[in-house]
Design a protein around this ligand. Structure first.
Ligand code: GRF
Length: 208
């Protein structure tokens, strides 16, 4: 089924969000971003405001209980009236109430070749530090559907880059960002065009 409306969740610089804004506005991805939601003040929120997209901050710190935070986040997502959600650099854990509200309708980008270096605590430069400590010769990015277990949903797309001797977490992150933009953008395009088919854990992207 084609998807016409997207919500995007962010916590950081929002370069993936910017790519989605640019590709939806140009019509390359045939959908509209109807809202952006953040769990902390961040550059991603500013990018949404600059693009004239409704954006809401549901700040983790404002809630005593995680469940109250999740309830407010779900309301914010529902308010966007989006059919699907993209988590693009969103750093908080998502509760079942949220993941189950968007079954096979929530897509995440993770900066490693899952299932390696995924799960709770594996985010941001920590992932790249682990890649270096483990002596990996390649690393990469994964675009996947979100399920309740962190970083475990069906894999839609992956790409890899070499790890060089003089790499640091920062240089890996920089090179991965360009790869992520292409992988996530192309995956979201296929998703919105109704070309993604899931069978068990396996995902097939139908050619156009
Ligand atoms: C990306 O590396 C993504 O894989 C991870 O968070 C980062 C977000 O970058 N989940 P940006 O905020 O889109 O620039």
């Amino acid at each position: 089924m084609p998807i016409k409306t997207l919500a995007v969740m962010v916590s950081g610089t929002g370069s993936n969000l910017q790519m989605l804004i640019d590709r939806t506005k140009s019509g390359d991805i045939p959908a509209t971003i109807t809202g952006v939601v953040a769990d902390r003040p961040c550059r991603g929120l500013e990018r949404a405001w600059d693009a004239g997209i409704p954006a809401k901050l549901v700040e983790r710190k404002a809630f005593d209980q995680f469940s109250e935070f999740q309830a407010a986040m779900l309301v914010a997502l529902k308010d966007t009236q989006a059919q699907a959600v993209i988590t693009a650099g969103y750093l908080s854990i998502l509760s079942k109430s949220i993941t189950e509200a968007y079954p096979l309708r929530m897509i995440n980008v993770h900066p490693s070749l899952l299932p390696a270096f995924g799960g709770t605590g594996c985010f941001g430069s920590r992932v790249h530090q682990m890649v270096l400590e483990n002596g990996c010769k390649i690393t990469g990015a994964t675009v996947h559907f979100v399920e309740q277990e962190v970083d475990c949903g069906p894999i839609i797309a992956q790409g890899s880059i070499p790890v060089y001797w003089d790499d640091t977490p920062d240089t890996i992150a920089q090179r991965l960002h360009s790869l992520e933009h292409v992988l996530l953008g192309d995956a979201v395009k296929a998703f919105c065009e109704g070309r993604i088919h899931v069978t068990g854990r396996r995902v097939r992207i139908q050619e156009r």
